[in-house]
Design a binder for this molecule. Structure first.
Ligand code: 13P
Ligand code: SF4
Length: 336
């Protein structure tokens, strides 16, 4: 059971709260602080590392993370990390990726229902059918997919390195799955021809170019950044396109007065803690899958060492090859 917001916990979390107070109200902190304290204590006892995606809420992102980043950063960190247990604060495909890259570790996902509309859009059988329709073409697969789909692929990519991965193959044409919008973005940045799939992120597909134009007219001079899972008319309106971590780096470099991050809502709160002088303005959309991960569920996962991710050995072995080929390629720059 979690303790109450005692004077001792208030003292222990005082400096942390000082950093995050402008994105987390007082009344919420009294609920979060005892959970943060209990999680940080238990993770030391369990020799666990907490990996946190940029879309987690600020109390998770700033309160309990040992590492935070985008999908590529999480995969890279998961591949090289020490420790017995990884708690993935993200969605199912991220936990599966960590398990595939660190099979000897216990990988926990605090809510197994934290899925992804892209991962749900395609199966291993679909990939085999695509290969039969386009014989000889290599399959480049966005990491937002199941282990089974990765196992049927030649190489994975993330939003941070998709162009570089596609070009690394040295061919004129590839199968690119499953995000049609990331695919359209990659196609606009390379001469390689892409055969695409009709998957989409249920969060990013909801933005529109018209919405952004109207938004710009209300906030003249605002710096607009967008994730490449957004439709093309949104990306056309953006000043910068990049992965979640690329957007964070870009804010640090450009330091605009006002920023809109056209992506999941928690990003802006997490970044605002580092840049209190920058004004972060909506629009944003919530990812219902990411929001399944909460402090109480993280604590329960550490207490029970469950739910743990398991990937059948034959699938894991083939999926690992696709991931390792990607990790050998690395990270590319985003578009200004
Ligand atoms: P990033 O790899 O850019 O963090 O994106 C992951 C994701 O799920 C975006 O919706
Ligand atoms: Fe999947 Fe979109 Fe949620 Fe990312 S934001 S996990 S791509 S549904």
């Amino acid at each position: 059971m979690t303790s109450a917001f005692t004077a001792e916990i208030e003292r222990e979390t005082h400096d942390l709260y000082d950093r995050v107070r402008h994105v987390i109200p007082d009344v919420e902190w009294s609920v979060h602080a005892p959970l943060i304290s209990a999680i940080n204590q238990l993770k030391r006892e369990r020799k666990a590392l907490i990996l946190v995606h940029n879309y987690m809420t600020p109390e998770i992102f700033h309160g309990v993370a040992d590492y935070s980043g985008d999908s590529l950063g999480l995969a890279q960190f998961g591949a090289r990390t020490e420790g017995d247990v990884i708690v993935m604060c993200g969605v199912h495909f991220m936990a599966e990726t960590a398990k595939i890259l660190s099979p000897e570790k216990t990988v926990l996902l605090p809510d197994l229902q934290a899925g992804c509309s892209l991962a749900a859009s395609i199966t291993g059988a679909d990939v085999r059918a695509l290969r039969a329709r386009h014989p000889g073409l290599p399959v480049v697969t966005y990491v937002n997919t199941s282990a089974e789909v990765k196992a049927e692929s030649d190489i994975c990519c993330t939003s941070a390195n998709a162009v570089q991965v596609v070009e690394s193959l040295g061919v004129d044409k590839v199968i690119f799955i499953p995000d049609q919008f990331l695919g359209q973005y990659v196609a606009s940045q390379t001469k390689v021809e892409l055969v695409m799939w009709e998957g989409a992120c249920e969060v990013h597909e909801r933005f529109s170019g018209a919405e952004l134009r109207e938004f710009r007219s209300m906030h003249p001079g605002i710096h607009v950044m967008a994730h490449p899972e957004c439709p093309d008319d949104v990306l056309q309106e953006a000043d910068y396109v990049g992965s979640t971590s690329a957007m964070i780096d870009h804010v640090g470099k450009v330091h605009p007065k006002q920023v809109a991050m056209i992506t999941e809502c928690s990003m802006a709160g997490n970044v605002a803690v580092e840049f209190p002088d920058i004004e972060f303005i909506q629009p944003c959309n919530l990812c219902p899958h990411m929001k399944r991960i909460t402090l109480p569920r993280i604590l329960a996962a550490l207490e029970t060492l469950s739910p743990a991710i398991d990937v059948p050995a034959d699938i894991a072995q083939r999926a690992r090859l696709s991931l390792e080929r990607m990790l050998a390629v690395g990270r590319s720059a985003a578009r200004d």
